[in-house]
Write a protein that binds this ligand. Structure first.
Ligand SMILES: Cc1cc2nc3c(=O)[nH]c(=O)nc-3n(C[C@H](O)[C@H](O)[C@H](O)COP(=O)(O)O)c2cc1C
Ligand code: SF4
Length: 819
């Protein structure tokens, strides 16, 4: 219901693309809580979106290109759908698929996101030649055959119309648009043909790069332009030239990787930026004016001896002169040792860089801000405060393809928010698995997983009891009820979310609040629609399961049971553990037990690291993701916000670390580096956070001998002759020694040997407790829900997690052979 309205005239900036209509009228309504009910057509008749007027102001890119319907760009992500990696090809071949190289899955993936209303999308990085491959047989576009494969993608995207707010027309729309990203990896190539500005080896690839000769450089420029022409012929609306994140173009830009003495190198920056400019000029000449050229410019290298701010500005201006349409922001080389996209990076933390370029009126083409922008409120404030003209979001489109549409409709509470965990996207990309998303297992598997509301035929709908509302239970209940089953969700706790309720308390994991918010809202809607019962504060017993399994529908019959009861902490066998100073991670994280200044943490898996971070930086506030302070983060990691230093790094002595609250000794039984099993792209951040605090001692190869009567821990380090013993005089000992599955309900049902045993399915941590794995839990819950009615789905014979094992094994074998 609209309660009142106020019309605000926004006088505009002089640049036509900043305001297509010179003056736009924004109707800013004060909306009541059910703003979602605002009629879509009515929105169009007004000239601006009532919820996020800046986000939905169209962006005019001039007469040759036209207008983008809104200010959101879907950022580039190589997901594995665009490439023809050997593992994928082999798997397709083994499955006897007719066309091993078609891009139908990629078309479906982008089609869904275009339907979700994003103004412009960029594909994952595609190489212009073989040397530029990300990995062997990764996506490349240099031939007509490769070109033709892409038409299915561009046709799909162009078939979709996106609503926009036009000052001159009601119900105005713009076509879906997509650019192809041209990415040459240079010395980041994960294959033996790597090349670069000079013969160097990057710290993140085992393959040394060969120096390109001057004629090789000119051939590479032609390859970029050829790739762009082929992209245009394939129907792409433009290209994004990848000039950041430490890839080839970036490698030419800085002295650290460019030791050349020809016209593409040397002390003079105009030589070092020549490669970028020549690529843009040739591309513009070859593709004409009606073609978008985005340049991803590294505005903050975050590596020693990176670009200076003056160089960045000079490059931006030269790029505009060379014919670039939009400048996108790149943050941090891949080898940088500062988190740039992890969940501990506060929302919008790096938009200050784009703002600086914009404030200094460096260029007059649109500037796009990027990294860790995952909510419409963040987008709106970045645009409204003049930090950027356009916002790039990449992973948020994996988490929710409809993020733009839901924002437009004022349904922010329905957005499945990207929690920036990297677990199913970047971590997959690094090991050659098709990317997906922890909170949305359908991402990049659109042709395989379909969740159609009420799609189960009426006579096949089941009454399903789900015991446990952690990630696995929530995901199962949500999918099963959505497709038409009737679900009753039981939890002995009064809140849903299971272990996510602890994760959200860890500093840097505040985004987990959002997943709980999302599922709570969606389950509530299903409940209101009569598709789901929620019985919180209810513990289910075996006898209750038996009763309901044999009851009539009116008495609450349950046809199938899903056991998603999660895990219990494993209690190691150490004498004296009953001392009151000994706590479990649940005492600390859930029950907020009082913890002293000096703490021993037993177990250095994911939970041990989380608990250590929590204890170091604990504060009572229980912050939400949008309350995390950006400046604290930048200061702690030594980012030079003034950009007065090359690469944007503060000198070591100027870094101000937040003073930790405690002293911690983190231990593991295993030999070797602590945290080796943490996420591939994020583990180093957790290790680094603890090491940099200077308050965490890490010990491996530890045997725990006893806890004495004072609550002190006696340990032995090492074995045999070299072993040493120590007594840790700590205030508390926190146990993070792994978990055991809670599957008593299944076990009793199986032992009783009755009919119930055939109806009980165990998922999530209750099925497999080796590490708490929300990715596997949500994937498993979702996939089982889709098949639960099928006759061949029987208890004990269902793994139901993404079928990517073979792909991963093949990839790893291939990498071993190549090294
Ligand atoms: C799986 C994955 C693949 C990516 N691949 C590319 C790429 O090919 N080219 C590129 O410029 N950036 C790539 N990125 C970086 C994103 O474009 C983006 O900068 C980053 O994810 C931060 O933005 P976000 O917080 O909106 O996700 C990739 C990111 C992910 C998660
Ligand atoms: S896996 Fe995690 S980081 Fe990646 S898109 Fe999903 S929520 Fe975001």
């Amino acid at each position: 219901m609209i309660e009142s309205a106020a019309r605000i005239i926004v006088r505009h900036h002089c640049r036509p693309w900043r305001n297509p209509a010179i003056t736009i009228t924004i109707t800013r309504r004060l909306l009541s809580s059910n703003a979602a009910a605002v009629d879509e057509n009515q929105n169009h008749s007004d000239m601006a979106n009532p919820h996020y007027p800046h986000m939905f102001a169209p962006l005019d890119l001039g007469p040759d290109i036209g207008r983008l319907p809104n200010r959101v760009l879907m950022g580039s992500m190589h997901t594995g759908l665009e490439g023809h990696s050997i593992p994928k090809l082999l798997l397709k071949f083994m499955n006897a698929e007719d066309d091993h190289t078609d891009l139908a899955e990629m078309a479906c993936y982008f089609g869904e996101r275009a339907k979700g209303g994003v103004g412009l999308m960029v594909t994952g990085g595609i190489s212009p030649n073989r040397q530029g491959w990300v990995g062997p047989f990764a996506g490349k576009l240099s031939t007509e055959t490769e070109r033709d494969r892409h038409k299915v993608v561009t046709d799909m995207v162009h078939s979709i119309r996106i609503p926009t707010y036009s000052p001159d027309s009601i119900n105005s729309t713009e076509p879906g648009r997509i650019c192809l990203q041209i990415l040459h990896t240079g010395r980041y190539a994960y294959h033996p043909f790597a090349v670069s500005a000079s013969s160097t080896k990057s710290p993140i690839s085992p393959f040394p790069a060969r120096e390109l000769s001057t004629s090789d450089v000119k051939a590479t420029i032609r390859d970029f332009a050829n790739c762009a022409v082929l992209a245009k012929e394939a129907g792409y609306d433009g290209v994004e030239i990848m000039g950041s994140e430490g890839y080839l173009i970036n490698q030419f830009m800085v002295r650290k990787t460019n030791h050349r003495s020809d016209e593409y190198g040397g002390e003079n920056f105009s030589n070092r930026m020549r490669l970028a400019l020549d690529i843009v000029k040739e591309t513009r000449n070859a593709c004409g004016l009606d073609f978008i050229i985005i340049f991803r410019l590294s505005m903050l290298d975050l590596v020693k001896d990176g670009s200076s701010w003056e160089e960045i500005k000079a490059l931006a201006q030269a790029l505009e002169d060379a014919g670039v349409t939009i400048i996108n922001t790149g943050i941090g080389w891949h080898e940088a040792r500062i988190p740039t996209i992890a969940t501990s990076v506060p929302r919008g933390a790096f938009s200050f860089v784009t703002k600086k370029l914009r404030d200094e009126k460096t260029v007059s083409i649109p500037l796009c801000a990027t990294n860790r922008i995952n909510a419409p409120s963040t987008i709106e404030s970045i645009l409204a405060n003049g930090s950027a003209d356009l916002i790039s979001m990449a992973r948020p489109f994996l988490a929710d393809p409809e993020i733009v549409k839901k924002s437009r409709e004022g349904r922010a509470e329905d957005i499945n928010t990207c929690i920036a965990c990297n677990q199913a996207c970047l971590d997959h990309a690094f090991i050659g698995k098709t990317a997906s998303c922890l909170v949305n297992p359908r991402a990049c598997h659109e042709t395989e997983i379909s969740i159609e509301p009420d799609s189960v035929p009426l006579d096949e709908r089941l009454h399903i009891g789900v015991v446990g509302s952690g990630p696995a239970g929530m995901a199962f209940a949500h999918t099963a009820a959505t497709i038409g089953h009737h679900v009753t969700l039981f939890d002995k706790s009064d809140e849903i979310g299971g272990q996510f309720n602890m994760a959200k308390r860890i500093p840097g994991k505040e985004e987990f609040h959002e997943t709980i918010r999302y599922f709570t809202g969606q389950l509530e809607k299903l409940r209101n629609a009569g598709k789901l019962d929620m019985q919180l504060g209810t513990e289910i017993s075996h006898s209750e399961m038996e009763r309901r399994s044999n009851a009539d529908v009116g008495d609450g019959r349950i046809d199938k049971w899903i056991i998603a009861t999660g895990v219990d902490p494993r209690v190691p066998n150490i004498p004296g553990l009953d001392h009151p100073n000994v706590l479990s991670y649940i005492d600390v994280l859930r029950h907020k037990a009082k913890v002293g200044r000096k703490v021993a943490v037993i177990g250095a898996g994911g939970i041990g690291f989380d608990v250590s971070e929590y204890l170091l930086h604990y504060n009572d506030a229980d912050k939400k993701a949008d309350e995390v302070n950006v400046d604290d983060f930048l200061e702690n990691w030594g980012v030079d916000k003034a950009l007065s230093e090359r690469g944007g790094l503060l000198p070591e002595e100027d870094i101000k670390m937040t003073k930790p609250h405690r002293e911690i000794i983190l231990m593991q039984r295993k030999k070797g580096k602590l945290g080796a099993g943490l996420g591939r792209t994020t583990g180093w951040i957790h290790r680094s956070t603890l090491v940099r605090s200077n308050c965490v001692e890490m010990l491996s190869d530890v045997s725990y001998d006893e806890v004495d009567e004072r609550g002190h821990l006696h340990i032995t380090i090492g074995k045999g002759e070299k072993k040493t013993t120590r007594v840790l005089e700590v205030d508390n000992i926190v146990l993070c020694a792994g978990q055991i599955s809670k599957r008593e309900l299944e076990e009793v049902a199986v032992k009783s040997g009755g009919d119930l045993a055939k109806k009980v399915f165990t998922i999530g941590g209750a099925y497999e407790a080796s590490e708490l794995d929300a990715k596997r839990a949500i994937d498993m819950g979702t996939r089982l829900a889709l098949r639960i009615k099928d006759d061949d789905v029987v208890p004990g014979k269902h793994a139901f997690h993404a079928d990517v094992g073979a792909e991963e094994i093949l990839y790893k074998t291939m990498m071993k052979v190549m090294r």
